[in-house]
Design a protein around this ligand. Structure first.
Ligand SMILES: *[C@@H]1O[C@H](CO)[C@@H](O)[C@H](O)[C@H]1NC(C)=O
Ligand SMILES: *[C@@H]1O[C@H](CO)[C@@H](O)[C@H](O)[C@H]1NC(C)=O
Ligand SMILES: *[C@@H]1O[C@H](CO)[C@@H](O)[C@H](O)[C@H]1NC(C)=O
Ligand SMILES: *[C@@H]1O[C@H](CO)[C@@H](O)[C@H](O)[C@H]1NC(C)=O
Ligand SMILES: *[C@@H]1O[C@H](CO)[C@@H](O)[C@H](O)[C@H]1NC(C)=O
Ligand SMILES: *[C@@H]1O[C@H](CO)[C@@H](O)[C@H](O)[C@H]1NC(C)=O
Ligand SMILES: *[C@@H]1O[C@H](CO)[C@@H](O)[C@H](O)[C@H]1NC(C)=O
Ligand SMILES: *[C@@H]1O[C@H](CO)[C@@H](O)[C@H](O)[C@H]1NC(C)=O
Ligand SMILES: *[C@@H]1O[C@H](CO)[C@@H](O)[C@H](O)[C@H]1NC(C)=O
Ligand SMILES: *[C@@H]1O[C@H](CO)[C@@H](O)[C@H](O)[C@H]1NC(C)=O
Ligand SMILES: *[C@@H]1O[C@H](CO)[C@@H](O)[C@H](O)[C@H]1NC(C)=O
Ligand SMILES: *[C@@H]1O[C@H](CO)[C@@H](O)[C@H](O)[C@H]1NC(C)=O
Length: 681
């Protein structure tokens, strides 16, 4: 037997560990940005010195006659553009110069920006300088997302530009955009980039609510009108969508609306990376302020039409409160929402019919088709929400609803399995009258523990993975669109079904594609695309409209921290926790984050063939346990508290062939711990 290492790993502390990985952070260190380069080193027409405007110093670019250039900022950004007009300009000749924006290289254009409206493209912004000095876009033309900025000169004579700057406006209340409260690092560079791109996507989606999208054409145009560059639409980001200093919206470029479904993916990823409690509570407060007397909560925040009822998004509003509570332990906040919460859940329970399932009478969801009747996704989400409600009720000592809610939950689980489970396929049907077996409902069934047994969860995981194409997991319930929103639920379903290799593979496949494809921003995650890899998202016809920085596509950030590195908060704020790293084919995983209760950190290293070391740190005053997959060999495991306040745990471990599942050790106190396992050789 190899001796068990007892060397102490001195923890450097969370802040130091986080700063070690700063190189992966995509957020800028200053809010004043300059272009990184001329896109593809090319200019149209004659521009002398175009590349001198890239980089941090001033330069001189002289545009002679009809000419244009596109600058690349290297990553997706948002903000207000200023140009400094130089004195080599031929002012007597009435000069004009325009700018256009695009998130994707696909929509770079000398005529229009990419799109924020249902159809067509957005108009360019023109400047008519009459003398040297700075010209800036007005505040209503803040652009939420663009990587590419084109400068277009359409007059004869010369215009000189000496500086191009962008004042970065996302995350308006954050002083230091790179001061993250969480970090992640593994021996897989693609996964590391995915984690940080998720965090940055959320930063891009945190906006000043005075600059929502005015959607001035939403009644005039619809998505059946194809993209049109001939007569681009005016656009303004000057509508106040909430009364607060920051809110989280679905997408940086569009819709710039608060959506409760998107919040459910954003919240955990935000708390493991950047932490911004106010951005979460402001958004929840805004959505709850729109609840009507019957209990109905909104599909989306103001100014979205408030008569729409979505059974699933209604529930996501409720889930938002429990998501927030899980990471903050802020029971006072829950208390303040509790009456509205109960009213909201009872509103949904009224749709449960004599079968025991909720019967959906309105189709609105995440833009999938066929949403109605005894839909599996909606019923799984309802089952999940009831259980969240029971947890909150217990934290609040409210027993008034317990029996009734428990009965509804038991009924939903029994009937859904009876009516909708197909044992041959290993999947649930969308409802009892169709053979369609959706990605959303099957993923949600696992997340909600609507499944009766682990075999069911694992067959769902296998059956969903069998449907993947070269670019990701299809949503068969939305014309095979690849939806990173529903994909996030599928990802978590694989992790819960203990199919770690499928989860890692799906992150690399789907989220790796969204980083590395040249049409992407290499920094933020898009809203959706086609199964064949085209940047077409089935619910819309207008491709330039697709958002390339969408909060609902940031799931991997939370999941890598929670399931791969393995920091799980078992009770609110992490008063109880579980350290459960599952590395799959990785050799190292290191993650940490802070809640109001304290800091959590875990570093796992596969130090040899089957040997592993896990160092973890949890706040003093908390308690928890560790769970480690059975190793491929027999050996001795020791678990040792660094400050020596506890007796070492020593386990004689058998090899994986004999054991399924995890080795679990309970009853540990918060502190710094090291676990060592060595194969007996
Ligand atoms: C023109 O601008 C440059 C700086 O961009 C300045 O150094 C120079 O003095 C100016 N020339 C005139 C004639 O104003
Ligand atoms: C430059 O010319 C190319 C080729 O015609 C065109 O695709 C591109 O949109 C032009 N760029 C701008 C900013 O006008
Ligand atoms: C340049 O474009 C602007 C905006 O469309 C227009 O007002 C101006 O007439 C154009 N100038 C020329 C010379 O085409
Ligand atoms: C970073 O944020 C923490 C709080 O999360 C704060 O204590 C610290 O001062 C900040 N550091 C900088 C450099 O802003
Ligand atoms: C947005 O700006 C446009 C153009 O200035 C203006 O017509 C419109 O009234 C503004 N909307 C709001 C809500 O301020
Ligand atoms: C579900 O509701 C619809 C619309 O109210 C109704 O037509 C249908 O019969 C209901 N289905 C069941 C199974 O109750
Ligand atoms: C059942 O599911 C199918 C497939 O999604 C759909 O076409 C159908 O409309 C659904 N039934 C009801 C009652 O909504
Ligand atoms: C269950 O799934 C199998 C395999 O996809 C299919 O052949 C069968 O028709 C399904 N059963 C029902 C009742 O739809
Ligand atoms: C999931 O449901 C099964 C029974 O259907 C139950 O035994 C198990 O405890 C549940 N798991 C959780 C995490 O609630
Ligand atoms: C798991 O539950 C499903 C649905 O109730 C059932 O069909 C299946 O037989 C169960 N499998 C095992 C191994 O218990
Ligand atoms: C994408 O960004 C990463 C840094 O996050 C960089 O290393 C890589 O070169 C970039 N890829 C391309 C194609 O620009
Ligand atoms: C992981 O363990 C191996 C083998 O002991 C060691 O060489 C390596 O430096 C460790 N990795 C880290 C990141 O500490």
């Amino acid at each position: 037997m190899k001796s068990v290492s007892t060397a102490l790993l001195a923890f450097t502390g969370l802040a130091a560990a986080a700063s070690k990985y700063d190189e992966y952070i995509l957020a800028p260190s200053s809010r004043t940005l300059h272009p990184k380069a001329v896109y593809q080193d090319k200019v149209n027409g004659t521009i002398t010195g175009a590349s001198s405007l890239a980089g941090d110093s001033k330069g001189s670019a002289v545009f002679s006659g009809i000419s244009a250039v596109t600058y690349d900022f290297g990553v997706n950004i948002g903000g207000l553009v200023s140009l400094t007009i130089g004195n080599k300009t031929d002012f007597s000749n009435n000069q004009s110069i325009a700018i256009t924006y695009s998130e994707s290289s696909q929509w770079i254009s000398g005529i229009a920006c990419d799109a924020t409206q249902d159809s067509g493209m957005d108009e360019a912004l023109w400047f008519y300088p009459s003398g040297p000095g700075e010209v800036s876009v007005d505040r209503q033309h803040e652009r939420g997302g663009f990587r590419y900025l084109s400068l277009i000169h359409n007059t004869t004579g010369d215009i000189e530009i000496t500086e191009v700057t962008v004042e970065f406006t996302p995350s308006p209340t954050t002083d230091d955009l790179r001061n993250y409260t969480g970090f992640f690092h593994s021996d897989d560079e693609l996964l590391n980039r995915i984690w940080y791109a998720g965090a940055y996507t959320i930063q891009m989606c945190a906006i000043d609510p005075k600059h929502g999208d005015a959607l001035i054409h939403s009644d005039q145009i619809n998505s059946s009108v194809p993209g049109d560059t001939v007569a681009p639409w005016p656009w303004y980001n000057n509508l106040t969508i909430a009364n607060s200093s920051v809110v989280l919206v679905d997408g940086a470029k569009r819709d710039r609306l608060i959506w409760p479904g998107d919040m459910h993916v954003i919240t955990p990823s935000l708390f493991v990376s950047i932490s911004d409690d106010a951005a979460i509570t402001n958004s929840i407060d805004n959505l709850f302020s729109l609840q009507n007397a019957s209990g109905k909560l909104p599909y989306a925040g103001y100014p979205f039409k408030q008569d729409t009822y979505s059974a699933t998004y209604h529930l996501y509003n409720l889930i938002g409160v429990s998501d927030y509570y899980k990471f903050t332990d802020d029971l006072d906040y829950v208390k303040g929402k509790w009456d509205a919460w109960k009213l909201g859940l009872n509103f949904s329970l009224n749709f449960i019919d004599e079968t025991g399932l909720m019967n959906l009478t309105s189709p609105d969801d995440w833009l999938r088709f066929g949403q109605g009747g005894h839909n599996i996704e909606a019923n799984a989400i309802l089952y999940f929400t009831i259980n969240q409600g029971l947890d909150l009720a217990s934290a609040l000592n409210d027993s008034s609803i317990v029996t009734s809610w428990q009965n509804y939950a038991t009924g939903i689980k029994a009937v859904a399995n009876n009516l909708l489970w197909n044992e041959t396929a290993g999947l649930y049907h969308d409802n009892e009258t169709t053979t369609l077996m959706p990605q959303d409902g099957n993923s949600w069934a696992v997340l909600a523990n609507l499944t009766n047994n682990a075999t069911q969860a694992s067959s769902i995981s296998k059956s969903l993975a069998a449907r993947w194409g070269p670019y990701g997991a299809p949503a068969v319930e939305a014309d095979n669109a690849v939806s990173p929103f529903i994909g996030a639920f599928e990802l978590e379903a694989h992790l819960l079904a203990n199919n770690v290799s499928a989860a890692l593979e799906l992150m690399r496949l789907e989220w790796g594609f969204m980083l590395d494809d040249p049409r992407m921003t290499n920094s933020t995650f898009m809203e959706g695309y086609a199964f064949d890899g085209e940047t077409h998202y089935a619910p819309y016809t207008n491709d330039p409209r697709i958002s390339h920085a969408h909060g609902w596509s940031t799931g991997p950030t939370a999941f890598m921290t929670q399931y791969i590195a393995g920091i799980q908060l078992v009770s609110a704020g992490g008063r109880t926790w579980k350290i459960a790293p599952k590395l799959g084919d990785l050799k190292t995983a290191h993650a940490g984050f802070t809640t109001t209760v304290g800091s959590f950190e875990v570093f796992t290293n596969v130090t040899g063939n089957g040997d592993v070391s896990i160092d973890f740190s949890t706040p003093v005053g908390t308690s928890g346990g560790v769970a480690v997959p059975y190793p491929p060999c027999a050996g001795i495991m020791t678990i040792h508290e660094v400050k020596g306040r506890c007796k070492d745990v020593i386990l004689d471990v058998q090899a994986a062939e004999d054991q399924n599942g995890d080795i679990e050790v309970e009853g540990l106190i918060g502190g710094d711990w090291e676990l060592r396992f060595s194969c007996a050789k």
